[in-house]
Design a protein around this ligand. Structure first.
Ligand SMILES: [Zn+2]
Length: 166
């Protein structure tokens, strides 16, 4: 950011407690810690299986959880429901906040909900070719997972179920 979002003046480089920041004479500080928020859902069917989406295009064959960036003006729950529908055709409700994950190299934060599938079926779309349902006892192959956030979330779900069984 080069200009102050409060007053519009040019921001000047500064250092605060070893953080390289940009400051404005009006008092505004740009901490350079912005992130994109993505609303992601672990969507369960009535058999306690969760849905994952198979990507198409350049990530063909890779799978992840449905989700995507929140639009300004949306709540995170609205974003989660919308993204799930766009990527799968399924409708979800009863969202409960599960965990937050961060990935700094992508300036990405995943806000993850657990949700119930209340209807719908797979709809053709530009991002995914199909959906599959998995359980923590029969998870997808690790080499098909999209990246560290997908892996981390799946691992947390598996650990949690293992823990509950003990
Ligand atoms: Zn200012």
């Amino acid at each position: 950011m080069d200009y102050c979002p409060v007053c519009g003046r040019v921001l000047e480089p500064a250092e605060i407690e070893n953080h390289k920041v940009k400051k404005c004479v009006c008092g505004y500080i740009d901490w350079d810690n912005w992130v994109n928020l993505s609303a992601v859902s672990v969507c369960y069917n009535e058999h306690h299986e969760f849905m994952m989406v198979h990507l198409k295009g350049k990530s063909q064959g890779i799978i992840t959880f449905p989700g995507g960036f929140r639009n300004l003006g949306e709540t995170l729950e609205e974003a989660a429901k919308r993204e799930c529908f766009e990527e799968s055709g399924y409708l979800i409700d009863d969202l409960k906040l599960y965990k937050i994950y961060t990935k700094d190299d992508l300036r990405l934060v995943w806000v993850v909900y657990k949700a119930k599938i209340i209807g719908g079926s797979f709809l053709e779309n530009s991002e995914t070719e199909k959906v599959s349902f998995f359980s923590t006892a029969h998870p997808p192959q690790k080499n098909l997972l999209r990246g560290s956030l997908t892996e981390g979330l799946l691992q947390d779900l598996i650990s949690e179920d293992d823990h509950e069984k003990r």
